[in-house]
Ligand binder design. Sequence first.
Ligand SMILES: C[S@@+](CC[C@H](N)C(=O)[O-])C[C@H]1O[C@@H](n2cnc3c(N)ncnc32)[C@H](O)[C@@H]1O
Length: 395
Amino acid sequence: MKLHNNTIRGVHTALAAIFEEGQYADKVIERTLKSNPKWGARDRSFIAETTYEMVRWWRLINYLSPSNNPYDLFGTYWLMQGHSLPPWEEFEKIQPEKLKGKYEKLEDPALIESIPDWLEELGQKELGEKWEAEIHSLNQEADVVLRVNTLKTTRERLRNMLAESNISTHIIKGYKDALILDERQNVFRHPAFKEGLFEVQDGSSQLVAESLAVEPGMRVIDACAGAGGKSLHLAALMENKGKILSMDVEEWKLQQTKLRARRDGVSIIERKVIEGSKTIKRLKESADRLLLDVPCSGLGVLKRNPDTKWKLSLESIEKVRQTQQEILQSYPSMLKSGGQMVYATCSILPSENQDQVQKFLNSEAGKDFELIEDQKVLSHESGFDGFYIARLLKK
Ligand SMILES: C[S@@+](CC[C@H](N)C(=O)[O-])C[C@H]1O[C@@H](n2cnc3c(N)ncnc32)[C@H](O)[C@@H]1O
């Protein structure tokens, strides 16, 4: 592959915004690409992919080549990917054989997997012997997975339509609405996306709405709806019949839900901003089904958000655990008796998952609930993101 100075500089600018200004990688890349409309499709995907991968391997790259020079860092990454470097004077200082030797001598698992030391310790403590395979899998690039919008099309029809534009996909047993792209590409510009025939949603994430056992006509609350990924899936499973109340503490996220619902042909979603405990109390025993897709560390989605590992800390994870338990202590009151609730996270840590559910069940607020089943979806076992999904019944 031929390297170009201007795209390497684009990557460097993006990395500086991520590491020096603490901005989110996805937003930085979006902005970098938008402000350079002359770059072609190949340059754009080079910049996006290289930035994400350099963020992922940042600690290892900096260990192998401690330097502030962007060409030293990029060149090291490029060699790590198995490419060779062109004879540019910018790369003169790099000695491939020396780097190779340094890499081969590595024994520290945190350096090898390019994660902070505290995360290696936490992973070992919480996942034991499964941690090594899990973090290895979370360091691989994610597949692009589509969720077919069954309100507008079928999986076969969408698959054929994409094939006509040379986008080949495959299906996997156990994920009934999913299509996986054979080759990574930007599908947001495809007419089928603009017509609302699919959403981009990881396979594990698609298991969440599925597990809530919704039926057309039900009254469902999605209490941490965000931009509405799961609400839209619930609406499709309910055949757009009944009512979904999509709630969140962030109004701007719910605004996105509104736009996406319009595109997807969903009319049963109402939105409500959570302004405090009063909002929850007013909805007492009003829902047949309740989804708690709670805020979490995001350690299950490192494949697609590699910058998370540099932004998190033990303190921030503890804070999010507290929010999770606060939500569990109060929101289930919105469920009718005989109703079912799903507690879900995109984390692989038991302390955010089964331990939280157990703590709830042992508390006064959980005394009327029982656990029906739970799924601990690990990335190295499923191939998709890491998730936790627990289904509970209110007696
Ligand atoms: C995992 S995200 C939700 C993703 C969303 N369900 C989807 O499928 O796109 C968690 C959401 O919880 C929201 N949140 C944070 N604290 C909350 C609280 N106390 N009550 C309700 N939602 C909260 C966040 O704003 C965020 O949108």
